[in-house]
Design a binder for this molecule. Structure first.
Ligand code: ASP
Length: 315
């Protein structure tokens, strides 16, 4: 039987608190990934290897951690004796990492991200069940010959390109931005029928992560958005290094306050690539004839930022 490799990066799933009755008071990224595995009785006897790639609260995610994760993935997925990989992650930026890896990691082996909304010390800790499910999904996906990047959370499998955090505190915190999950798991972590087809991930590989990240910022459109923020980043960039891209989190279908529009035109004239996403949770932004600023489809603004960085790196 081939092994499942579990790459730990921290997050609430590895978090601990002192008072189980105040489970919201805790520190993320305290337990090692081996300790997380040891806490799941159903994983005893399963061929597993646990490797610590990082130990962070994922609100502090960085390109450097993505680079380390990419290197570890590349090494582990190339091994003949490995069925696939689980990544334990924080929930806060899981959608960015999932989308990034979806774009980079193709092939026949499954990569499953999982996380938890409660620390390991909480009475209703959801990490152990999510980790167990994630391992089972790797085993089952490998058996079915399904590769690609997905997330397994609260009994559902989400496409890595669509998954996003949709609730700041509920145990059932993720959705697909209006898209259905790929499958629903039963109480043993198995799934029978796929609801939607398994996604095909990108094939670029993780090499682009060894490049320096191009600077891309996100700016919201809102009442009184008069372009002040755009002017501020352009001025800052003149002193501290080039701004390569801007993602606009627009209103509705990616529309912009007229004040913001004028400033964005100036940014484009200075060579900044500007893309439009929406601050609305569902529906996304599709392209229209005569569009000056590219539309980001159903990506969240933070996923769109990843997409623009990859575009600027030639991926
Ligand atoms: N701040 C935590 C993190 O993203 C939240 C979590 O994991 O739920 O690492």
């Amino acid at each position: 039987m081939k092994s499942v490799v579990i790459l730990g990066t921290g997050g609430t799933i590895a978090g601990t608190g002192h008072d189980p009755d105040r489970s919201w008071q805790y520190r993320a990224a305290q337990l090692s990934v081996s300790q997380l595995v040891d806490a799941v009785p159903e994983l005893k006897g399963v061929p597993l290897e646990a490797l610590q790639v990082a130990q962070i609260d994922s609100k502090d995610m960085s390109w450097a951690v993505w680079r380390a994760l990419g290197q570890a993935l590349q090494t582990q997925l190339a091994r003949e004796d490995v069925a696939g990989v689980v990544i334990t992650h924080g929930t806060d930026t899981l959608e960015e990492t999932a989308y990034l890896l979806h774009r980079l990691v193709g092939g026949r082996k499954p990569v499953v991200l999982t996380a938890a909304m409660r620390p390991a010390t909480a009475p209703d800790a959801d990490g152990p069940a999510n980790l167990r499910d994630a391992v089972r999904v790797v085993q089952e996906a490998a058996r079915r010959g399904l590769g690609g990047v997905v997330a397994v959370l609260h009994g559902r499998i989400w496409a890595g390109s669509q998954v996003r955090k949709a609730h700041s505190s509920a145990l059932d915190a993720f959705d697909g931005g209006g898209r259905l999950p790929l499958a629903v798991l039963d109480e043993t972590g198995a799934w029978r029928e796929a609801i939607t087809p398994w996604p095909v991930s990108g094939k670029a590989g993780c090499l682009p992560l060894s490049a320096e990240p191009p600077r891309v910022e996100i700016i919201h459109s809102h009442a009184d958005a008069d372009g002040w923020m755009v002017q501020a980043v352009l001025a800052h960039a003149r002193q501290h290094g080039p701004l390569k891209g801007l993602v606009l989190a627009g209103t509705g279908h990616g529309t912009l306050h007229q004040g913001l529009e004028a400033a964005v035109t100036q940014a484009v004239a200075q060579g900044v690539t500007v893309w439009r996403s929406s601050r609305v949770a569902r529906g996304g932004v599709s392209s229209r004839e005569g569009d000056v600023l590219a539309a980001c489809g159903e990506l969240t603004p933070s996923q769109a930022r990843v997409a623009l960085m990859l575009y600027l790196l030639g991926v």
